[in-house]
Design a protein around this ligand. Sequence first.
Ligand SMILES: O=C(O)CCC(=O)C(=O)O
Length: 264
Amino acid sequence: MTDTTAQTKSDAVAERFVTAFREDGFTHIPSLLTAEEVARYREAALDAIERHGKTAGMGGGGTALVQTKGAWWKHETLRNLSRHPRIGAVAEQLAGMPLRVWGGEAFAKHPHDEVPTIWHDDLTFAPLDSRMTMNAWIALVDVPVERGCLTFLPESHRRADPYRGELSAARENPDSYLFTQWPQLGWSPRVTVPLRAGDATFHQSRVGHMAGGNTSEETREAFIITYTDAEATYQPLPGQSPLEDLEPGQLPPDDRYPRVSDFG
Ligand SMILES: O=C(O)CCC(=O)C(=O)O
């Protein structure tokens, strides 16, 4: 395999964000989108959720979240957001390797939907054989604590084995599997990250995280882009419904799962 690390951009954000992402497993990047972009993408996200929004599973736990399905390739404006060159450049700089988009969906938590998003890690549910999978959680409105911002367990991506949890155990006990499979996480500090509209957090898929309920009067709107290592292959987990467009072991095709290096 050729060394492709050098092809990633290295100056999209200051080095301290890269250090935080690698050491803590997450980082907060302020003002990633302009006010004009926030307004445009927020309108598109609202429209897509109103027309096609479905209750999110979030691994089987109780959740008030409503999300789109396939917005990153079905919806023109949200497709553009998923291929945003600056966001992609930041993701590659943080990861230190070439990435591709694995998904991009709009999420809404409506006023007084007070059910928190369960504590979980994304790796347990990710049907990928990958060196790096990560989410960019982009705030399309101000998201203070009472509107349901994310809380992270710093350094939890470096916790002891098992490296990956059992999907069946997570499905049986969605609200508690993270702390029963890795009891030491119960003693971790918890870092809550309120965001202004246009800010984003980036987190690695092994980091434990949750989001609060929305006790405010305004809908919490966010767009989440999932990136994975450009050389990752599709590996459905035991008990997971297969994806229609991919065969086990397959490299995801670039037209549906675009490489960041191909963004405009
Ligand atoms: O938006 C939420 O409530 C949860 C998002 C999440 O779990 C994630 O981005 O991995």
